[in-house]
Design a protein around this ligand. Structure first.
Ligand SMILES: NC(=O)C1=CN([C@@H]2O[C@H](COP(=O)(O)OP(=O)(O)OC[C@H]3O[C@@H](n4cnc5c(N)ncnc54)[C@H](O)[C@@H]3O)[C@@H](O)[C@H]2O)C=CC1
Ligand SMILES: O=C(CO)COP(=O)(O)O
Length: 336
C-alpha cells in the first residue's frame, strides 16, 4: 500500500526538522515562502538560515508553491509561527482535500482571539481531524540525530497511532495521547516560563533559583492548563515538565535567551534583531494573562513576565517583587 504523503508548512527551524524526520518514513514536501530557502533545501539539502550547515534528509523536497504543497498532501503538518497560522491556513483551504488530518507543531496562542492553534485550524478547516505534536524538541538537536521524544495528541487514538509512525524515527520517539488541550496549552505556556527562567539566569541568580522557577512554573502552568480542560497528568509529561526542562535550560532556546538578554538590559527590539527567529513567549505573555483572568487562575510568575515584556517593568523589580511574597502550602492555594 502507498504511504501517505506528508506536507509540512513552514521552512523555519522546526518545520524543516520535522520534515526531515518524516522523509525517512514517507514522501515529504516542505513549503517555505522564501524562494532562496527552497532552492537551498532542494540543491544542498541544508537550511542554513535556521540550521547552519546541518545535513537534512537528501530525499526531502521543498516548494514555494502553496497550492502544490497542499493539494498533494495526505497529512498536513503546520509549522509556521502562531501569528501566521490563520492566514496560511486560509490560503491553503481551497487546495486541501477533505478529511486530510492536520498536525500542529505550533507552541503559541492566537493573539486577539486567545485561541489555541488547533481551534484556529478547526475554524478555518472544519471537518479535518486535528492534533498537536509537542515535546522537548530543540530543532537542531533533532536534525543532529540526538535522541528525543514528543507527544502526538489527537482525539482519535487510532489516527494518532498511524501518524505516529510517519512522524517518528528510532531516535525521535513519538508517544501518543488524546489530551489535545493539555499538550497544546503546555507547549504554549512553557515559553513564557522560559523567559522567566532567563531573567534569573541573566541576573546570574544560580542553579537553585533556576530549579525553583522551573518547578513553580510547572505548578502555574498546570493550574491554568487544568482550568482550560487539560488533564493534570499531561503536565508532568513530555509536553509539560519535559519541555520546561529543555526550554528553561537550553542555551539554544530563543525564549530563554529573550529573558537573559532583557535581564542584561537589552531592549526587545535589539533582542529580536539578534535572534532573527520566533520566540513565541513574547507574544503569548499577554494572551496567557488574559486566559488566567478569564479562568480565574492566579499566575504570579507569568504576570511578572507580562509586566516586563508589555509594561516596561525592569527585571530586577520582578525578581525582588516575587521574593517579597510569602510562600504558602506547596500544593494548595494560589501563591507562586
Ligand atoms: N525551533 C524549535 O526548536 C521548535 C519550535 N517549535 C514551534 O514551531 C513553530 C515554528 O517555529 P520555528 O520553526 O522554530 O520558527 P523560525 O523562526 O525558525 O521559522 C519561522 C518560519 O515561518 C515562516 N513564516 C513566518 N511568517 C510567515 C508567514 N506569514 N507566512 C509563511 N511563513 C511564515 C518564516 O519564513 C520561517 O520560515 C513555533 O510555534 C515554535 O514555537 C516547536 C518545537 C521546537
Ligand atoms: O520549543 C522548543 C523546544 O522544545 C524551542 O524553544 P524556543 O522556541 O525557546 O527555542
Amino acid at each position: 500500500m502507498r504511504q501517505p504523503k506528508v506536507t509540512v508548512l513552514g521552512g523555519g527551524s522546526w518545520g524543516t526538522a520535522v520534515a526531515s524526520v518524516a522523509t525517512r518514513n514517507t514522501e515529504t514536501l516542505l513549503w517555505a515562502r522564501d524562494a532562496d530557502t527552497v532552492t537551498e533545501l532542494n540543491e544542498r539539502h541544508t537550511n542554513s538560515r535556521y540550521l547552519d550547515d546541518l545535513p537534512l534528509h537528501p530525499r526531502l523536497r521543498a516548494t514555494a508553491d502553496l497550492q502544490e504543497a497542499v493539494e498533494t498532501a495526505d497529512v498536513l503538518v503546520l509549522g509556521v509561527p502562531s501569528h501566521a497560522c490563520r492566514a496560511v491556513l486560509t490560503e491553503a483551504a481551497d487546495h486541501l482535500r477533505p478529511w486530510v488530518p492536520i498536525v500542529s507543531l505550533v507552541k503559541g496562542l492566537e493573539q486577539g482571539t486567545r485561541s489555541r492553534i488547533t481551534d484556529v485550524v478547526s475554524e478555518v478547516l472544519p471537518g479535518h481531524p486535528v492534533g498537536v505534536l509537542n515535546g522537548p524538541n530543540i530543532a537542531r538537536e533533532i536534525v543532529q540525530g540526538y535522541a528525543a521524544a514528543a507527544t502526538l495528541a489527537m482525539p482519535d487514538h487510532h489516527l494518532a497511532q498511524s501518524l505516529q509512525r510517519l512522524l517518528s524515527s528510532k531516535l525521535y520517539r513519538v508517544y501518543t495521547s488524546t489530551d489535545v488541550t493539555g499538550v497544546e496549552v503546555a507547549g504554549a505556556l512553557k515559553n513564557v516560563f522560559a523567559i522567566a527562567t532567563g531573567f534569573g539566569d541573566g541576573l546570574e541568580a544560580g542553579d537553585n533559583t533556576r530549579a525553583m522557577v522551573i518547578t513553580r512554573s510547572l505548578r502555574e502552568l498546570s493550574r491554568l492548563g487544568v482550568a482550560m480542560g487539560g488533564q493534570e497528568r499531561t503536565f508532568s509529561g513530555l509536553s509539560g515538565m519535559g519541555d520546561l526542562i529543555a526550554t528553561c535550560t537550553s542555551p539554544h532556546s530563543r525564549n530563554r535567551r529573550v529573558g537573559v538578554r532583557l535581564a542584561q538590559g537589552r531592549t526587545l527590539e535589539e533582542i529580536a534583531a539578534e535572534l532573527k527567529q520566533v520566540a513565541e513567549g513574547v507574544k503569548s505573555s499577554s494572551v496567557v494573562m488574559e486566559l488566567a483572568d478569564h479562568h480565574g487562575v492566579d499566575m504570579r510568575i507569568a504576570h511578572e513576565v507580562d509586566a516586563v515584556i508589555n509594561h516596561g517593568q525592569p527585571v530586577e523589580h520582578t525578581y525582588r517583587g516575587l521574593l517579597r511574597e510569602a510562600p504558602s502550602h506547596e500544593f494548595h492555594g494560589d501563591a507562586w
